[in-house]
Write a protein that binds this ligand. Structure first.
Ligand code: ATP
Ligand code: CA
Ligand code: CA
Length: 413
């Protein structure tokens, strides 16, 4: 498992056609969806829209480099969700479609999903399984209601659910492949370096990432490993929040976990990125990271300038609703027992939350349950999964940290 830093997907890349089609579809579908917003009806939660692209333009779609079909799920619902998340429609389109180049994650997860970043690093496109897409459609109403009632939710922000259907040649036969994908927020900022990343489930089964000590981790390499629960426990890490932030965090976490349990979801993680303000932004490193998805130095400057301008805008606009956990440079500062800010910024959210218990996990519970304590394995019923997840995070915010880690704020007190 690696931190998400991708390889550029440009013409000639194996997945270029897929990426091109995904972006072309989004561009046309999203720009179509621009009338006056009406209150959502139950129908909007079932609606789908289809578009067919061809080399030649037709009355409905512009011409495209490839022939493919595009399906947009519940466009009005996602449009409203994007508004709730404070996205500007024009910006959204720009980020996803300004140029047909994305970057792809080097090593996709075990699930076989692929991840793509938008060029400005703000959005992630994740390909998902048919079952995951079905589950999201079935529970979209509950998700939507939760977002409305919980502006500070830690659960992933979903901006669009789509499908492309395209011909793939396989053993000299043409097959039509359906690819489902989701657009969501990148939890990590484009302009700050994440020094340490943890993916936490509250389970210990197989939850260890071997770290190669001889390899310097701050050498500016983009291949810093994503650490897991056992690393977290072994290093006696803690989430450092003073009473105010701790209370907010646990209250929100409880509500979010409750929703996921009600929706029968499990196997999600708390993704935690740690930025050490004293280590700061090794410029070389930053350039390395950004250069991966945008090799052009002018564009690099542009991205930086834009994100600075955005930060300033956010500060200025008193009206803009600020997400509690994104208030400091898109994340949230650690704080001490007196609620004073510490020099660490956390980027935190709940990710990978579309796995329905009834899919694969029943089987896993069965075979793993035979030989191992249910408490340590990762596949347990959704309610138990949620309780264990919550308990782990609660213990992590309450733990008195060890003064051992450079990126741990306590080391500096
Ligand atoms: P698996 O099911 O094997 O866990 P997956 O393919 O479903 O894998 P995820 O768990 O969603 O993949 O994500 C894998 C990794 O990608 C995470 O550990 C994290 O490092 C990164 N990642 C996923 N979503 C985001 C996000 N929204 N923002 C930033 N990084 C992310
Ligand atoms: Ca996962
Ligand atoms: Ca998954």
């Amino acid at each position: 498992d690696r931190v998400l830093i991708g390889n550029k997907v440009s013409e000639g890349h194996v997945n270029f056609t897929i990426a091109y089609n995904m972006l072309t579809g989004i561009r046309v579908a999203v720009s179509r969806c621009s009338g006056i917003m009406k209150p959502l009806t139950p129908r909007d939660f079932r609606q789908t829209k289809k578009l067919a692209f061809d080399f030649h333009r037709n009355e409905l779609t512009p011409s495209s480099q490839y022939a493919f079909k595009f399906k947009d799920y519940c466009p009005e619902v996602f449009r409203e969700l994007r508004a709730l998340f404070g996205l500007d429609p024009a910006d959204y389109l720009m980020s996803l479609t300004s140029k047909y180049i994305l970057s792809e994650l080097n090593s996709p997860g075990k699930s076989g999903s692929f991840f793509y970043f938008s060029r400005d690093y703000k959005y992630i496109i994740k390909t998902i399984h048919h079952a995951e897409h079905l589950h999201l459609r079935r529970t979209l109403k509950e998700y939507y209601t939760h977002i409305k009632e919980n502006p500070n939710t830690l659960i992933s922000q979903f901006y669009g659910l789509h499908r492309v259907k395209m011909p793939i040649s396989f053993k000299s036969k043409i097959k039509h492949r359906k690819i489902y994908f989701l657009v969501m927020n990148n939890l990590f900022p484009p302009h700050l370096e994440i020094h340490t990343t943890f993916d936490l489930k509250g389970s210990t089964w197989g939850r260890y990432t071997k770290v190669n000590d001889s390899e310097p981790t701050d050498a500016g390499d983009a291949h810093r490993p994503v650490l897991k629960d056992l690393n977290w426990l072994q290093e006696q890490r803690a989430i450092r929040f003073g009473p105010l932030k701790k209370k907010k965090f646990l209250q929100q976490l409880e509500k979010d976990v409750d929703l996921l349990a009600r929706l029968n979801i499990m196997d999600y993680s708390l993704l935690l990125g740690i930025h050490d303000m004293e280590k700061g932004n090794d410029l070389i490193d930053e350039q390395n990271i950004l250069a991966k998805f945008s090799p052009d130095q002018n564009e690099l400057q542009e991205v930086k300038r834009k994100s600075m301008a955005e930060q300033q805008m956010r500060h200025k606009s008193a009206l803009a609703v600020q997400h509690f956990f994104q208030q400091d440079e898109g994340g949230i500062r650690a704080s001490d027992a007196f609620n004073n800010d510490l020099d660490t910024i956390y980027y935190v959210g709940i990710i990978d939350c579309l796995t329905n218990y009834s899919c694969l996990k029943k089987l896993e519970t069965f075979w793993r349950g035979l030989s191992h304590d249910l408490k340590v394995i990762s596949a347990v019923p959704p309610r138990d999964y949620g309780d264990r997840f919550y308990d782990f995070m609660e213990a992590s915010v309450n733990r008195v940290p060890q003064k051992r880690y450079k990126d741990d704020p306590d080391a500096k007190e």
